[in-house]
Design a protein around this ligand. Structure first.
Ligand code: SF4
Length: 65
């Protein structure tokens, strides 16, 4: 599973960070950033799905499985 974050869509609600702090951080402007680009470790896949489902701006996308 690969995780992608569209910075253009992100509005900085930080729901993703609240739900999955292992995968997301917040930059100086309050926007979400990925802690690591690319492959999601197996143990974090459920959290990645949860964060993507809860992003109101549809800024988080997952590919693969
Ligand atoms: S939940 Fe979505 S819009 Fe909100 S900070 Fe995270 S990526 Fe950005």
């Amino acid at each position: 599973m690969q995780i992608h974050l569209d910075a253009e869509k992100c509005q900085g609600h930080n729901r993703c960070y609240a739900l999955a702090p292992e995968l997301f951080d917040v930059d100086d402007y309050g926007q979400a950033v990925l802690t690591e680009e690319g492959e999601v470790p197996d143990e974090l896949k459920d959290k990645a799905r949860l964060a993507a489902a809860n992003c109101p701006e549809y800024a988080i996308t997952l590919t693969g499985d």
